[in-house]
Design a protein around this ligand. Sequence first.
Ligand SMILES: Nc1ncnc2c1ncn2[C@@H]1O[C@H](COP(=O)(O)OP(=O)(O)O)[C@@H](O)[C@H]1O
Ligand SMILES: [Mg+2]
Length: 167
Amino acid sequence: MRLNKVDLLHSGTPADVFRPAGSDRIYKLFKRLPKDSGGRAVQAVFDAETEAYRIVNACPETASSVPRYFGQASIRGVDTADGTDASRGYHLHLCYSLSFVDGQELPAAAILEHHWGRALADRLDELGVEYWIDGSVFLAPDKSSGVLIDIATADARALYHQAFTAS
Ligand SMILES: Nc1ncnc2c1ncn2[C@@H]1O[C@H](COP(=O)(O)OP(=O)(O)O)[C@@H](O)[C@H]1O
Ligand SMILES: [Mg+2]
């Protein structure tokens, strides 16, 4: 498939998140960073995030606490609104897809205010998914559960730091 910048849900430094019109899925596509043109750091972050979603999806106890993970997505290119090919800015093979989560987004640490959230944090720790605190949570309206995003099995911040400071 091709993605289009008109469908951008969020544009970050390391990745853009697209939600194609009418789709209930998002696509997180990693960018080419100036000091990581070979993509080693970005690949490491991609691996750490996809591994985390795979593990948490596979565990019946935690699966509902993250979006459904659809795996690596095959992206042929990225276009802009006027039809220009913007593919060059991305590592097209580094894209994964999740179910779209609706609602109010809060810093992930908000789960620690709830009993279920502290239990979830312990369970993630046991599963080796230790890096979620810098992510976000979409709390259920009654706050009795939540869906975490931006989780990883390795410290993305440290990996990106390498990418930005490597010479
Ligand atoms: N599954 C999703 N459902 C809804 N919004 C999402 C989803 N995944 C990402 N987003 C939106 O995109 C933003 C960036 O995604 P995130 O994985 O946190 O990327 P980054 O690594 O750039 O922080 C999130 O803060 C959220 O607003
Ligand atoms: Mg984030």
